[in-house]
Ligand binder design. Structure first.
Ligand code: TMP
Length: 211
């Protein structure tokens, strides 16, 4: 039998804006690199030249006529490009990929918009990501009031939506994680940076290849 090709680990950080994803992504990257791992960081939507242009269309507050199905498909289009150009090649080289957001965001933010079901979103996602789902999705959870209060810059088109919407987004994250405890880990992000990082590390460490 031919040897199994090397494949890297694929980790996603997700959660509401202001939940500290960027800080925790940087901490995990540092720790993995200190162990000699090669790490690729990506952000969804974005990362690629095409993906960053789609991101600008998605987040522009002037685009208030955007239909929910267009919104969902644009997130998936940006992701398809990032998958093909960045994530799949890195995983094939055995790198660890850390993505700031992924399909789990679409399953939180676009779910139920214009009747979209989780099955609809997963079906399109399978096409966009060529069935390569993350090995672990970390949901950084905290009360919406606290996380939104941390967003100091001008709010993007999605962030400008009402608090009720963001409360529903949080519930959608918690329920997708509860339905799939092997792939998801909920982390209480309403604590100091070190405590949050240690929880993340205890979820990631068992997935690392020995040696
Ligand atoms: P970011 O500022 O965390 O990079 O995310 C951009 C915005 O896009 C944020 O408000 C969340 C939203 N979003 C969705 O609505 N659906 C998605 O699938 C993703 C990836 C992000």
């Amino acid at each position: 039998m031919p040897p199994t090709p090397p494949t890297g680990l694929f980790i996603v950080f997700d959660g509401s804006e202001g939940s500290g994803k960027t800080t925790q992504v940087a901490r995990l990257r540092q720790r993995l690199e200190s162990l000699g791992q090669s790490v690729l960081l990506v952000r969804d939507p974005g990362t690629t030249r095409i993906g960053e242009q789609i991101r600008a269309i998605l987040l522009n507050p002037d685009h208030d006529e955007m239909a929910m199905r267009c919104e969902m498909l644009l997130y998936m289009a940006a992701r398809a490009q990032m998958m093909s150009e960045s994530i799949l090649p890195a995983l094939a080289e055995g790198k660890t990929v850390i993505s700031d957001r992924f399909v789990s965001s679409t399953l939180a933010y676009q779910l139920s918009g214009d009747g979209l079901t989780a099955d609809d979103i997963r079906t399109v996602a399978n096409i966009a990501i060529k069935n390569r789902w993350p090995d672990l999705t970390l949901i950084l959870d905290m009360p919406v009031e606290s996380s939104m209060a941390r967003v100091r810059r001008a709010k993007d088109r999605i962030e400008q939506r009402p608090m009720d919407y963001h409360e529903q987004v949080r519930r959608n994250y918690l329920s997708q994680a509860a339905a799939d405890p092997r792939q998801y880990k909920i982390v209480n992000a309403n604590r100091d940076i070190d405590a949050v990082h240690e929880d993340i590390w205890s979820a990631v460490r068992p997935l690392l290849k020995q040696g």
